[in-house]
Design a protein around this ligand. Sequence first.
Ligand code: NAD
Length: 274
Amino acid sequence: MTTERLVPISIVGARGRMGKTLIREIVLSDSMILEAAVDREGGAGLGQDAGRLAGLHDIGVTVVDDLRPRRNSVVVDFSLAPATDANIRRCVEAGVPLVLGTTGLQKSTRELLRSASREIAIVSAANFSVGVTLLTKIAGLVAGSLGESWDAELLEIHHSHKRDAPSGTALRIAKAVAKATGRELEGVMRTDRAGEQARPRERGEIGVAAVRGGDSIGEHTLMFLAEGERLELTHRAFDRAIFARGALRAARWVAGKAPGLYSMADVIGLGDLG
Ligand code: NAD
């Protein structure tokens, strides 16, 4: 029998691909309970039992369109970028921790996140997989050791429904590479090399290319190219459950933590990702 406290969790974006996966993982776990399942107003699925919506049995929690987290619970948000500001504010009002997986966030949302983290504990990650968290850490170590004489380029592949490009994960990996070589990503990232933008590669650029199609859950390959050799670091996700399990591990970790903005690297004890 487990002696761990059951962590009540509210899922925002409950009807989505990630939302349903998160609900399944919570229902099948013995250390968490689903407190609420929230999605936007209107559309199919509202008022339906969350367990059934997720492809399991009835669990007595219906999908609602209003986030009202209770004390001692944790909110896990995998919705869409425009919804994020309101969800962050709700968590601050209620004084509950937030695990934020939504990507494609506006600069103003990232600023709101930083100010909210002075009042509540927040774990924010573009990718909650343990493998990608390690890849990001390794990317910085390799980039720092190779220096700018090796050209760093990133390729990411995602399913055709993905709204943002490049992926938040690709941006995070590229940021770690830039930081390890003493640069800001904004000044060195190239996402378009076609038409008017075409020109020979400049030393120090970090190219990031996005492929969209099929049902790919997410693949990231970081290449370091040099004269006569190429080093490639690849992560491939085969199951959305890896993100859900990572986010729920973060939710259990952040329950009761002091206010602050934490990363998945903090959750798994890797320290600063760069
Ligand atoms: P999806 O489109 O399948 O689901 C999004 C859900 O959010 C939908 O059900 C939609 O109705 C709901 N939503 C929209 N506006 C809302 C609002 N105002 N309030 C509540 N719910 C609202 O998308 P998905 O594939 O499940 O991905 C969701 C997000 O998670 C995306 O930003 C995606 O990039 C991100 N993601 C992050 C990770 C990670 O590890 N951090 C992994 C996978 C996906």
